[in-house]
Design a protein around this ligand. Structure first.
Ligand code: AG3
Length: 287
């Protein structure tokens, strides 16, 4: 059967994908999960009617949300990923030899298990890396509890690899969550977030920017176009108390990328620096 998957994220506009073959479709207990095959994008995973990741273009999203903060920081040892059940973010974080441990807190075990089974090319062995610590728990509660403990872990980079602000991921867009993330950061640390497609989700951009601006010395965005995330450039949230990290030039980043031995498919030092240049319609949302 080759039906169409129609995305239900936006009320008045959307996209559809031909399902060449449905590999899996069920409720995980928390979310409605479907994995199908498409001739353009390869295997695609959707949760609650929204495309989450696709073999064909996951590299753009995952490289940007991992390499930009890690190379801007420059000496990252500990990373926390909130969400990210497919393992693509985990894999990109582990590509950095300076990284000693990546803690990934995913609320839905079903997403991890089904991604490992049906989308193994995305995590590419990352779940078996000895530096991986996988925690199946509510990420919001995890950061609150970790922050409250004086002996709790502190991270150089926190990456929020979440769904959109509907369903179980909605709490990951609140002020309380961002405040707890800040308390989990080591000095000079960076928080980055999946922040939606601002052409279609303008209010999300404004609200989350305001919430983080109230907490961090520097709050902004960087951007990349991810074809599976319909509507143009996706925004990634950036928050840090170190205002210098966002201003690094390609020439500062290039030796770090070389030293790490990365061989990305989208990310380059020039893309890194340029991704912080925001179009006027986005700047206007930050007012
Ligand atoms: N989760 C981000 C999906 C965002 C889709 N949103 C949208 N199109 N506005 C990605 C999980 C990949 N690890």
């Amino acid at each position: 059967m080759s039906g169409w998957f129609e995305e239900t994220l936006h009320p008045d506009i959307g996209q559809r994908f031909r399902m060449e073959r449905v590999l899996y479709r069920d409720r995980t207990g928390l979310q409605d999960l479907v994995i199908f095959e498409n001739r353009v994008l390869g295997r695609v995973m959707a949760l609650d009617g929204v495309i989450q990741t696709a073999e064909g273009d996951e590299f753009i999203y995952h490289e940007m949300l991992a390499h930009v903060p890690i190379l801007a920081h420059g000496r990252v040892r500990r990373v926390l990923i909130v969400g990210g059940g497919d393992g693509g973010m985990l894999r990109r974080c582990l590509e950095h030899p300076s990284v000693e441990r990546v803690t990934m807190v995913e609320i839905d075990r079903g997403v991890v298990d089904l991604s490992r089974e049906y989308l193994p090319s995305i995590s590419a062995g990352a779940f078996d890396d000895p530096r991986t610590e996988l925690v199946i728990a509510d990420g919001c509660r995890y950061v609150a509890e970790t922050a409250d403990r004086s002996d709790g872990d502190r991270f150089d980079v926190v990456i929020v690899d979440s769904t959109d602000p509907h369903g179980p991921g909605a709490v990951l867009f609140t002020s309380a969550f961002y405040a707890d993330c800040k308390r989990c950061l080591a000095p000079g640390g960076v928080l980055v977030t999946q922040n939606g497609v601002p052409f279609l989700q303008p209010d999300e951009l404004t609200q989350t920017w305001r919430r983080r601006k109230a907490l961090f010395a520097d709050s902004s965005f960087f951007m990349a176009p991810v074809p599976s995330y319909y509507g143009g450039f996706m925004a990634f949230g950036w928050a840090s108390d170190d205002e210098g990290l966002r201003a690094l030039a390609a020439a500062d980043i290039a030796p770090r990328m070389a030293a790490a031995g990365l061989r990305p498919r989208y990310y380059t030092p020039e893309i890194h620096a340029g991704s912080f240049a925001l179009p006027q319609y986005v700047l206007s949302l930050m007012a």
